[in-house]
Design a protein around this ligand. Structure first.
Ligand code: DGJ
Length: 333
């Protein structure tokens, strides 16, 4: 108590904000960074690099509008704000580092123009080129462009240089993730074929291009929001169904090799609200360094006010080879 009073006193006399972040995760609540500002990193991915975690995510701010031309589905959007980068040592307290990738604000022909879509950034480190490589979903305002974009940096926090976007092996690519395997190979896993089927693409040695080695997985199953880990000798892939910003039931699949064959296993979420993934959608799974623990990272989208979307971080556990995610109001590692 005495210690808390002393800290408050120091904060008052030095005019520092009093920060209320404890050591717990509070899924669904506003999560402030160490400067007391709400973390703005949606559809995120986490990189572990030399003792630090880096959280990359979509910057969502400003007014949410519905794209009127898209009558068939609820295309709610905010201007693409680029990609933020936060750092942390304990996964609870995050420091804003930078806007790792800035959107283009004037040239409307640019793929990263703020009037378009930049989503689901994932960063991996390439030991051969000593570059940090960011892959992300790049799209037009109506999501018809359907490409995977790539950017590079010499430091984890950027700034990242945007190199361009591709349709891997001439196929559409929307929601995506990147997975770096223990042998140094990296894979781009994305929703393709008009959201019907996923593709797993082996990336080139420098991680900058998809190679011609790819497989079609979860064929005709309408899955998106992929998140991958390797646990024991198996790969686990969590996905959602495609229902815009609205939540649905997650499902996971397992494989002995990233290129497949993938076998569907069911919903990893259990208990109340498991049919809506606790009102959220998968973004990433964090293997906690030097432990056998994992964190399920998801977004609780608020489609009519996207900047107020919240983060759902929950413990992901295994019972043998069965994956399980359970709701917790508050928890710590
Ligand atoms: C669901 C995707 O998972 C999100 O990343 C975003 O693209 C929305 N659809 C857009 O409606």
């Amino acid at each position: 108590m005495k210690k808390v009073l002393i800290i408050c006193y120091i904060c008052i006399i030095t005019s520092l904000p009093v920060i209320a972040q404890d050591n717990n995760f509070h899924p669904g609540e506003i999560w402030n960074d160490v400067d007391g500002k709400p973390i703005n990193a949606h559809g995120g991915g986490i990189l572990y690099d030399r003792g630090n975690y880096y959280w990359f995510g979509e910057i969502k701010s400003g007014k949410t509008v519905r794209v009127e031309e898209d009558k068939a589905w609820e295309n709610f959007r905010v201007n693409a704000g680029g990609i933020s980068c936060y750092s942390s040592k304990d996964l609870v307290h995050w420091k804003f580092e930078s806007i790792a990738l800035k959107p283009e604000v004037t040239d409307s022909t640019s793929e990263i123009y703020t009037g378009k879509v930049i989503e689901r950034p994932k960063v991996v480190y390439n030991a051969k080129t000593k570059q940090y490589v960011m892959w992300m979903h790049i799209d037009s305002r109506n999501y018809g462009y359907a490409r995977a974009g790539v950017a590079v940096s010499k430091t984890p926090q950027g700034p990242y240089k945007y190199l361009g976007a591709v349709r891997p092996n001439d196929a559409m690519s929307r929601d995506m993730t990147v997975f770096k395997d223990a042998d140094g190979r990296a894979y781009l896993i994305s929703t393709s074929e008009n959201n019907q089927t996923m593709h797993v693409n082996l990336l080139s040695d420098d991680y900058l291009k998809p190679t011609t080695t790819f497989t079609r997985i979860l064929i005709g199953q309408n899955r998106e929001a992929p998140a991958v880990i390797k646990h024991g000798s198996k790969y686990y892939l969590v996905t959602s169904l495609c229902s815009g910003w609205d939540p649905n039931a997650a499902r996971y699949a397992t494989a002995d090799s990233l290129l497949g064959k993938w076998t569907v296993q069911g919903n990893p979420c259990v208990g109340a609200d498991s049919a809506t993934t606790f009102q959220s959608q998968s973004a990433y799974i964090i293997p906690v360094a030097s432990t056998n623990k994992y964190i399920f990272v998801a977004d609780r989208w608020k489609k009519t006010d996207l900047p107020d979307s919240r983060y759902i971080w929950l413990p992901l556990t295994f019972d043998g080879d069965k994956m399980k995610v359970e709701w917790k109001d508050s928890w710590h590692l």
